[in-house]
Design a protein around this ligand. Structure first.
Ligand SMILES: Nc1ncnc2c1ncn2[C@@H]1O[C@H](COP(=O)(O)OP(=O)(O)OP(=O)(O)O)[C@@H](O)[C@H]1O
Ligand SMILES: [Mg+2]
Length: 238
């Protein structure tokens, strides 16, 4: 098992955002967390990354307890986050944004990383000396994913990669997510676009108000009546 969260609780002051969650991810999988606004998805991603600390519970990565490690240590160990809202640096160039993502790596690894990202995202290569703020929304999402990949993660955390993108760009991003997984990176994917997420994932967890209420193979979740009603909408809406 690559990552294991056991009975993880996370609070913001008095607000209990995550209330005793168990999640397990095997090497090579794409696992998705789905759930409505405020369910606790981003909180879980930040907690795995070391940006928030659980008040209770443990997180194991490759068998090692990372619950109280700092976020730079967690990046070095092989977990990297592409955050909700992308959070690229608009006044810095694409190349500079990517270099920031590789700060834990040697010069050689940095160059290898850039090669790999430019082959996944040729548009970033064409524009590498342009300010990141001039990129389109979809291109900024590519940059956010590329920046996370620069850390050479074995586990990539993607928080809402399709948010705000036109359908054609959503498809492109999901194709790239599959490709990254096929190249050997395990992925934890948070999405409100449950339909796309369940198509891309091997397994999924459904969160409601800080708790896991259902977990299964993605295929079974996509066929579950409860999920269809609450998260996939009517067929006619497609
Ligand atoms: N900095 C914060 N301070 C206080 N409460 C917070 C903070 N961040 C999140 N919360 C609360 O924690 C709960 C979970 O939020 P979280 O951002 O994890 O949800 P989410 O599932 O990612 O939602 P969305 O789909 O809207 O991104 C919500 O009730 C939210 O209001
Ligand atoms: Mg969120």
């Amino acid at each position: 098992m690559l990552l294991k969260l056991s009975d993880v609780h996370v609070n913001y002051g008095n607000i209990k955002a995550v209330k005793g969650i168990d999640i397990a991810i095997n090497e090579g999988e794409v696992v998705t967390l789905i759930g409505s606004n405020g369910a606790g998805k981003t909180t879980i991603m930040k907690t795995i990354s070391g940006l928030l600390k659980p008040v209770k519970g443990t997180i194991l990565f490759k068998g090692q307890d990372i619950t109280n490690k700092s976020s730079p240590e967690i990046v070095r160990l092989g977990i990297s986050l592409s955050p909700e809202g992308r959070q690229i640096f608009p006044k810095m160039t694409i190349l500079e944004n990517l270099e920031l993502g590789g700060y834990t790596r040697s010069k050689t690894e940095m160059n290898e990383g850039l090669e790999k990202i430019y082959s996944l995202f040729p548009r970033l290569k064409e524009r590498m000396n342009q300010d990141a703020g001039t990129l389109s929304g979809g291109e900024q999402q590519m940059l956010a994913i590329g920046r996370a990949l620069m850390a050479k993660p074995s586990l990539l955390l993607l928080d809402e990669p399709s948010m705000g993108l036109a359908p054609i760009m959503v498809q492109t991003i999901f194709d790239i997510i599959k490709e990254i997984n096929q190249l050997g990176t395990t992925i934890l994917l948070v999405e409100q676009n449950a339909r796309m997420a369940l198509m891309a994932a091997d397994r999924g967890y459904l969160l409601e108000t800080g708790k896991v209420v259902m977990t299964d193979k993605a295929e079974n979740l996509a066929n579950s009546d409860n999920i269809i009603k609450a998260y996939l909408g009517e067929k006619e809406e497609e």
